[in-house]
Design a protein around this ligand. Structure first.
Ligand SMILES: Nc1ncnc2c1ncn2[C@@H]1O[C@H](COP(=O)(O)OP(=O)(O)O)[C@@H](O)[C@H]1O
Ligand SMILES: N[C@@H](CCC(=O)OP(=O)(O)O)C(=O)O
Length: 262
């Protein structure tokens, strides 16, 4: 039992591309609908939620009938422009079925690090929350290139958790949590359930991803862990495919890998 999670009220939920789409990139309605239902339930229980959602490039790739994830910057920009509207359309449709309002918030790196922009970003998020609207954040992949790009949503979601006074980040991924090595490459990989110190990360073989739709693999999730360690916030990495996983996590059940830096 993870009693330190029970009672947390302000949660950032990051959803990876693979938790929303098929391998082709097209939106997986079944997966998305189940996640939205869970998030509405968390929200209805009185907690505040910010979503950081990936999936724009993947969804665009599906719609544009690309065989694999685009590699050039203009192709990624175009796919993101197509896919982001598709994603938000589905979020809007699903959340409105439960009477919950959502808003699209597209950010670049400067919004995370340049003090005046950080302030503006915080103000906008606070106002949305005050008006009972769930912000759905993504990087603005259409314009954010090179030095103004964060590059991945694991890092972005940790930065969002840091700049707001939210207490915990839950990363929904396609894997049960952190293993001592990538289970997609090693059959004998073993899961770690709790990480209490950053030094523990050094003995873990964290690699990127082989998925057609994902971006950072475990490397960027460890970046997120480092950012949250610096501000003493909690991080949980869980498999989005686990039945009712968000509810289980918030009830303190031992799902996924819990980075408890307190
Ligand atoms: N040590 C590790 N433990 C668990 N997964 C790992 C590890 N190293 C690399 N990975 C890879 O990270 C992937 C998850 O990241 P990613 O593909 O970016 O998906 P998502 O965007 O859904 O989080 C896993 O499917 C796995 O292949
Ligand atoms: N901003 C990009 C996603 C970047 C990203 O980190 O993807 P993922 O590894 O699936 O969380 C998009 O919407 O396609």
């Amino acid at each position: 039992m993870r009693s330190s999670i029970i009672g947390l009220n302000r949660i950032v939920i990051k959803i990876g591309s693979s938790s929303l789409t098929h391998e082709s990139g097209l939106i997986d309605l079944w997966k998305m609908e189940k996640l939205v239902r869970q998030i509405v339930n968390v929200y209805n229980s009185g907690k505040e939620v910010i979503i950081v959602s990936s999936g724009a490039i993947a969804a665009g790739m599906g719609k544009m009938k690309l065989k694999e994830r685009p590699k050039t910057i203009p192709e990624k920009q175009a796919a993101a422009a197509v896919g982001q509207t598709d994603l938000m359309h589905m979020y809007e449709k699903l959340f409105s079925e439960y009477g919950v309002g959502v808003a699209q918030v597209l950010l670049t790196k400067e919004d995370m690090y340049e003090p005046t922009r950080v302030e503006h970003c915080k103000n906008a998020l606070d106002k949305l929350l005050e008006h009972q609207v769930i912000p759905i954040i993504n990087e603005n992949d259409v314009v954010a290139i090179d030095e103004i790009k964060v590059g991945d949503n694991d890092t972005l979601s940790a930065e969002v958790c840091k700049l707001t006074d939210f207490e915990m980040l839950i990363i929904l991924s396609d894997i049960d949590g952190v293993f001592n090595k990538d289970p997609h490459r090693y059959d004998d990989a073993e899961q770690l359930f709790e990480i209490k110190a950053l030094s523990e990360l050094e003995s873990i073989n964290a690699s990127g991803t082989d998925s057609n739709v994902g971006t950072g693999g475990m490397i960027t999730k460890f970046n997120a862990a480092r950012i949250l360690h610096g501000v003493s916030k909690r991080l949980l990495i869980v498999n989005s495919a686990t039945e009712n996983v968000i509810n289980k996590a918030l009830n303190g059940e031992k799902v996924g890998t819990y980075f408890n830096f307190h």
